[in-house]
Write a protein that binds this ligand. Structure first.
Ligand code: FES
Length: 104
């Protein structure tokens, strides 16, 4: 796994998602209680960008059809078996690094 520098810590605010590219992969960053979480930036329902969804606390609502995900786990709120891939996040100084598995 490689950790990729994607943005500054202050770029990720609690009120909205932030899109980023990590090693060619689109990710959505969210901040909950000072902790930054990274999910795949594609809703498993139809592929809409979760970074553009409405954020309320630890949940983001997909703007396409309203599926609501817990950004701290990637789980769909009403059916936790449906998940968005979550990526590890490291903070290095004021930078956010997202862990991406190397492609085979
Ligand atoms: S694409 Fe996200 S709810 Fe349909």
């Amino acid at each position: 796994m490689r950790f990729i520098d994607v943005c500054a810590v202050q770029d990720v605010t609690p009120d909205q998602g932030r899109p980023a590219i990590a090693d060619g992969k689109s990710v959505a960053l969210f901040q909950v209680g000072g902790t930054i979480h990274a999910l795949d930036n594609a809703c498993p329902h139809g592929g809409a960008a979760l970074s553009g969804g409405a954020v309320c606390g630890r949940h983001v609502t997909c703007r396409a059809h309203g599926w609501r995900f817990d950004v701290t786990t990637g789980e769909l709120a009403v059916a936790p078996a449906i998940k968005v891939a979550k990526h590890p996040v490291r903070i290095d100084g004021d930078r956010v690094l997202v862990g991406i598995h190397a492609q085979p």
